[in-house]
Write a protein that binds this ligand. Structure first.
Ligand code: G1P
Length: 287
């Protein structure tokens, strides 16, 4: 029996240490690009790709995420009463756009462990995983690009981007070869130094998995930084099942780092229909 792809997991329990002090009291997933938090971009991308059931894996200090996707009756009533219809529409939509469920990762045991926390909710179906600090924009949502390969093959699929040698230590890096026009991944390693990197293709936070991933996650021992690494479990999965990669078409920002975050805000700010022109005018004399 094959299942259609419906479910997507957003691991959001990480401590956001790369973004301190901003993330001391604010979840990194709630940092905004222009006027929208990162996690909303991720959820909207998933919905556009036809996934409809969302699980957010949270942890200590992450209540703001739940509040964001919840109905705020007081705010909605106030906006309505004040006749702010456009803002009302934008705000009320957020709580109603998806079925969002939450589970707590009680200890920070790593990304792989966070995904494993969602196993009872996912059950025996294929599922997506999206890391909200990677912002990917483009005509075809990144998740849709993965979905196309998953639907053609029934296999797990991972989003990739080329990175320079000095950046391999920031990402999972894959070993890949051409397999009848598709990119087949045979192994991968978490955050290798350039000398140990099997290629220049980095994992960029969008995945579709067969449920077979969970067995591998259960067996995965702590790896890099003493954490249960998702990359290590995918490496095991790739020994037994086909795992494909897709170099994503679109514009990608590693918004979990201040540099990528600022670039995303600058670009989306300049392109924004309401604020873009004014931003250009304000910046011009300063550049
Ligand atoms: C995680 C993954 C890594 C991937 C990266 C994408 O690392 O472990 O394989 O390349 O996301 O941003 P993190 O950024 O959580 O350290």
């Amino acid at each position: 029996m094959t299942y259609p792809l419906r479910k997507i997991v957003f691991p959001a329990a990480g401590m956001g240490t790369r973004f301190l002090p901003a993330t001391k009291a604010i979840p990194k997933e709630m940092l905004t690009i222009v006027d929208k938090p990162l996690i909303q971009y991720g959820v909207e991308e998933a919905l556009e790709a036809g996934l409809s059931e969302v699980m957010i894996v949270t942890g200590r200090g992450k209540h703001a995420i739940e509040d964001h996707f919840d109905i705020s009756a007081e705010l909605e009533n106030n906006l309505r009463r004040a006749g702010k219809d456009a803002v009302y529409d934008r705000i009320s939509r957020i709580a109603r756009m998806a079925n969002v469920a939450y589970i707590r990762q009680k200890q920070a045991l790593g990304l792989g462990h966070a995904v494993l926390c969602a196993a009872p909710w996912v059950g025996n179906e294929p599922f997506g995983v999206s890391l909200a600090d990677e912002l990917i924009l483009g005509e075809t949502p990144a998740m849709q690009q993965l979905r196309a390969i998953h639907e053609a093959t029934g296999a797990s699929v991972i989003a990739l981007a080329e990175v320079s040698p000095q950046d391999t230590h920031k990402y999972g890096i894959v070993k890949a070869h051409d397999d009848n026009g598709r990119l087949r991944l045979t192994s991968m390693i978490e955050k290798p130094a350039a000398d140990y990197a099997p290629s220049n293709l980095a994992i960029i936070g969008r995945y579709i998995f067969t449920p077979g991933l969970f067995e591998r996650l259960q067996r995965t021992r702590p790896g890099m930084n003493g954490e249960i690494q998702l990359t290590d479990a995918i490496n095991e999965l790739a020994r037994d099942e086909e795992v494909y990669g897709v170099v994503i078409k679109g514009q990608r920002f590693d918004a979990g780092n201040p540099g990528g975050f600022l670039a995303a805000n600058a670009l989306l700010g300049l392109q924004h229909p309401e604020y873009g022109e004014q931003l250009k005018v304000s910046l011009r004399p300063l550049l």
